[in-house]
Design a protein around this ligand. Structure first.
Ligand code: FAD
Length: 532
């Protein structure tokens, strides 16, 4: 491929973030091109095709808000959309805004190098240089680098092997098969419920139990949808004022100002509604340990109510960390599934996996012969996709070196000594701790406005000062320290990847607080950024 062409902006990744970035760059009159490793748009919703994959915020919230006609013309058939529907939506957005011509699919960017003399980035792939650009936007995803656990013997397994985040395109039939699902996070819970409907026997291997809540999965009939659409502007405005980027009608009182019974009554009201509404019942559930315990006890009691076998119930309810400190799992039907005779919970915390054998899985005190293994073992979150690219900024410094002790950024958007390089929902931004489409839109709009400001000033570079970066990292840590988020080792801090520095990555001060900070930075002529 030729490097003759120099773009104003190159975007990497064609999920929600990259597509909107490409659109905004083009409408700002900038020349832009996008590279995507996959063969289609969708990002998360292209790769995670496992049965049961579904968003856990309602689609009326988990969708773009930037174009009124788009949101009025698109009909979500269900309250919480499945993977296929979200992918269809992103295909529609791509064509509606004419983005396809500016996207190269099937191309994984492996390198990005900044030339200080020319103020240009050169992007390359395994096959060689791709193109050059003044600005690079990494829209590479926070949960886009699947992780396989380091279990001896994985490659010796003679049966079928799947990872939820690299699921085949064609339908996989589990009828009559013995299946093991490893992992009980969001994907593991969702996929298990579907496999249990077909498999002869399903072993669910649980190391860390999850708090699991139901969701109101139901079709959106035309009348309800039309009614919701008349109030779209209000719904979007409320979402921007809510910490998670979705309005859950949080009650104003602190949890402990109410009696235990009154709190339970509120939880009980929210349980059938499902989703994260229960975690947002009161404003202090992720900061006040006693308050959190009330919710934790309520959710554990629900497990005991639903699951008939007492030993299984106790294992499923053995969470020893605050609710919300790990991602709350929205998984309707998960607990009920354990009352089916073909489903068995395997406790791999008490009896760890020793090896995968050609015929199944051996734990410290048992053997499980299976035909299929499904790895629902998550991602190298927030930094995995970025560090898979050899990014080199000023003086040839690599991003991997800059982040050797953990990711450091200014606002989650830029790193010092990496001029004109932008991250969408990067570490240090609300990202995975929010309705990501709201956070993506806010980041993209910030970056697009900044690029326009640079053009107006005739400037060639923008980058944070090391001091601004250090202050922001301190602030992100301070805010996390005021919550219960640090009371467990989670993927939010890289604990699921051996050797990854333990740094709490998302900004948990909430979507409105974060937006306010970014707006102030912009209003003050981009405080903390050097524009030259
Ligand atoms: P992605 O959708 O991850 O897209 C990144 C793209 O970049 C990918 O297509 C990838 O192939 C490409 N890419 C990466 N590296 C390179 C490279 N080097 N070269 C070229 N291309 C590259 N969030 C919510 O807010 N609510 C939910 O309900 C929700 N449900 C989820 C369910 C699942 C199963 C998963 C995995 C995530 C979920 N998320 C949810 C998080 C989800 O990732 C985001 O909501 C959103 O889709 C992220 O969009 P993105 O464009 O930032 O990244």
């Amino acid at each position: 491929m030729s490097t003759d062409k120099t773009y104003d902006v190159v975007v990497v990744g064609a999920g929600f973030a990259g597509l909107y970035m490409l659109h905004r760059a083009r409408t700002a009159g900038l020349s832009a091109h996008l590279y995507e490793a996959g063969d289609a748009v969708g990002g998360t919703w292209y790769w995670n095709r496992y049965p049961g994959a579904r968003c856990d915020f309602e689609s009326l919230d988990y969708s773009y808000s930037f174009d009124e006609t788009l949101q009025q013309e698109w009909d979500w058939p269900e309250r919480y959309s499945g993977q296929k529907e979200i992918q269809r939506y992103l295909e529609h957005v791509t064509d509606r805004f004419g983005l396809r011509a500016d996207i190269t699919f099937g191309t994984r960017v492996t390198g990005a190098e900044f030339d200080e003399a020319e103020c240009l980035w050169t992007l390359s792939a395994a096959s060689g240089p791709l193109t050059r650009a003044h600005h690079v936007v990494m829209a590479t995803g926070s949960l886009s680098t699947p992780r396989l656990p380091d279990i001896p013997g994985i490659d010796t397994f003679a049966g079928r092997r799947f990872h939820t985040a690299a699921w085949p395109d064609e339908e996989v039939d589990f009828t009559g098969r013995r299946v093991a699902v490893i992992g009980t996070g969001s994907s593991g819970v969702q996929v298990s419920v579907e496999i249990a409907k077909q498999a002869e026997h399903l072993y669910v291997l649980q190391r860390t139990p999850s708090y699991v809540v139901p969701a109101l999965h139901e079709p959106l009939d035309a009348e309800t949808l039309a009614d919701e659409k008349t109030r779209y502007a209000e719904r979007r405005a409320l979402a921007l004022r809510a910490p998670l980027g979705v309005d859950f009608a949080t009650r104003p009182e602190p949890t402990m100002s109410l009696s235990e019974e009154d709190c339970r009554a509120e939880f009980e009201k929210r349980w059938p509604v499902g989703g994260a509404a229960i975690l947002a019942a009161f404003p202090d559930l992720i900061v006040d340990a006693e308050a959190n315990e009330r919710l934790a006890n309520y959710l554990k009691d629900k497990v005991r109510e639903i699951v008939e076998d007492p030993r299984t119930a106790e294992l499923l309810a053995s969470m020893d960390y605050p609710v919300g400190a790990r991602r709350l799992v929205v998984g309707p039907g998960f607990h009920t599934m354990f009352n089916q005779p073909n489903v068995e919970l395997v406790d791999v915390k008490g009896s760890p996996i020793v090896e995968v054998t050609p015929t199944g899985i051996r734990t410290a005190d048992g053997s499980y012969d299976v035909d299929d293994i499904v790895f629902a073992t998550g991602f190298d979150a927030m930094t995995g996709a970025l560090l898979a690219i050899d990014v080199r900024g000023r003086g040839g410094e690599s991003l991997a070196e800059h982040w050797a002790a953990g990711p450091v950024t200014y606002l989650g958007l830029q790193a010092a000594a990496f001029p004109n390089l932008f991250l969408i929902t990067g570490p240090g931004s609300p990202s995975v701790f929010s309705n990501m489409v709201r956070s993506i839109e806010q980041h993209v709009e910030f970056v697009a406005d900044l690029l326009v400001a640079l053009r107006e000033r005739g400037a060639s570079t923008v980058e944070p000062t090391p001091a601004a970066e250090a202050d922001w990292v301190r602030h992100v840590n301070d805010v996390a320290g005021q919550t219960l988020m640090l009371r467990t080792a989670s993927w939010y801090m890289g604990a699921n990847v051996p050797g990854k520095p333990r740094v709490f990555m998302p900004y948990v001060g909430g979507v409105p607080a974060y937006r306010e900070i970014c707006d102030k930075v912009a209003a003050n002529g981009y405080d903390g950024l050097v524009i030259a």
